[in-house]
Design a protein around this ligand. Structure first.
Ligand SMILES: Cc1ncc(COP(=O)(O)O)c(C=O)c1O
Length: 399
């Protein structure tokens, strides 16, 4: 009797997967998990056709920079391929400390810790510090890694309207009277919308109530601020944000993530956070690529300049066509089309014309904001931008 009950329970989960798979198979398209056959800079090959990559987060285009490739191979030769363990046990190496010191200095922080994924770093930037009984004030549009951190923390969460210090003020007035510890969670640049956080107003409101502020700058790092120091530097608000977390997989042309803060905050995370203590350290090549990219950001300003000139040109192309870019202010540029069907038609037309993009549909974005996510890189050439313009005009006609 007990055995058959267990068997039924197991089937419940299996059936969930089978039903989901059957639904996917019923649909005539599979727009995710494309495996490229080749890549060089902003050119990828898919199904034997060369295409322009227009959705990578390689903002500065450093993934094929000769110095980054050289650093990667040299690190592998010297240190092997993996650290095979957590930082807290057998996985710490000198190169981790070097990268952390350089990132901390670049961001004007006392200390930094690098994790094997940006997702992990940002998730633990909340889960390490907030606890049951605390109140977290979070922008409604934050990334899923931050929501996961909030869930893990077991704190109470209050969501405020996207990028609205006015709504945050109202919610804080209604809920922030107690002496419960409070945390503010925002992004520097919102990854889907391309919006820059209204950080001066938002931090001013949060400071009044003594919020500990966590900012995910995965898409602001390398893009905004002096030499790409990020959103906090862009606004000159270093003393208003307690924790800056982010990813190594975007402007830093690697994989992994970082958390930068004061020394006591980082030391607390190193001893109190399960995600930090029990996960393997980033590999020699990941660390070397990030460190080489960080050096290039400081010695070769042309990449950041080119990123912004490309972004301006691209935005003009889209606006001249009358496309809705959701007010994007950065190289992450959405094209809002408003329904799943329109997004699919547009995406497929771009693919036909040799431009690779990514579809984002509800619930990944708010209902009615279904969009194509595009991102500009410093490596896009003028010729590629012209081709992208032609492809956009064609896709618009196909709608
Ligand atoms: C805002 C934001 N935070 C964190 C992450 C996670 O970074 P990673 O992909 O390097 O794990 C992403 C990834 O896209 C992101 O957009």
């Amino acid at each position: 009797m007990a055995i058959s009950l267990f068997a039924k329970n197991k089937k419940g989960i299996l059936n969930r997967c089978r039903d989901d798979y059957a639904t996917k198979m019923r649909l005539k398209y599979a727009p995710y998990y494309h495996a490229m056959e080749f890549q060089k800079d902003t050119t990828v090959r898919l199904g034997g056709r060369d295409m322009i990559m227009l959705s990578s987060n390689d903002y500065l285009g450093l993934s094929f920079h000769p110095k980054v490739i050289e650093a990667s191979t040299a690190a592998t030769r010297k240190w092997g391929t993996s650290t095979n363990g957590a930082r807290s046990s057998n996985g710490s190496r000198r190169f981790h400390l070097e990268l952390e010191e350089k990132l901390a200095a670049f961001l004007g922080r006392e200390a930094c810790h690098v994790h094997a994924a940006g997702y992990l770093a940002c998730m633990t930037s909340i889960a390490s510090f907030a606890q049951k009984g605390d109140i977290i004030y979070a922008d409604k549009n934050i990334h899923s890694c931050l929501w996961d951190g909030i869930l893990l923390s077991k704190a109470t969460v209050e969501r405020f309207s996207h990028n609205s210090p006015e709504d945050l003020r109202d919610i804080l007035a209604a809920t922030g009277g107690s002496d419960a510890p409070k945390m503010l969670v925002v992004e520097g640049v919102y990854s889907m919308e391309g919006h820059i956080a209204r950080l001066p107003e938002i931090t001013a409101v949060a400071e009044d109530r003594g919020c500990f502020t966590v900012l995910d700058d995965a898409h602001g790092f390398g893009v905004l601020g002096r030499q790409g120091r990020g959103t906090v530097d862009h606004f000159g608000l270093n003393d208003k944000v307690d924790v800056i977390c982010g990813s190594l997989s975007k402007s830093l042309a690697s994989t992994g993530g970082f958390v930068a803060a004061s020394r006591d905050v980082i030391e607390y995370m190193r001893t109190q956070s399960r995600q930090t203590i029990f996960s393997a350290a980033i590999s020699p090549t990941q660390a070397a690529c990030a460190q080489a990219s960080l050096a290039i950001m400081q010695s070769e300003p042309e990449h950041l300049e080119r990123l912004w000139s490309n972004t301006k040109k691209y935005r003009k192309i889209l606006h001249d066509l009358g496309l809705d870019t959701w007010g994007s202010e950065t190289p992450a540029v959405p094209i809002v089309l408003g329904s799943k069907e329109r997004v699919y038609t547009f995406w497929k037309a771009l693919l036909e014309k040799g431009v690779f993009t990514v579809m984002s549909i509800a619930p990944a974005v708010p209902v009615g904001k279904d969009l194509i996510r595009t991102a500009i890189s410093a490596m896009h050439t003028d010729e590629q931008l012209d081709k992208i313009g032609d492809a956009m005009a064609y896709a618009l006609k196909r709608l």
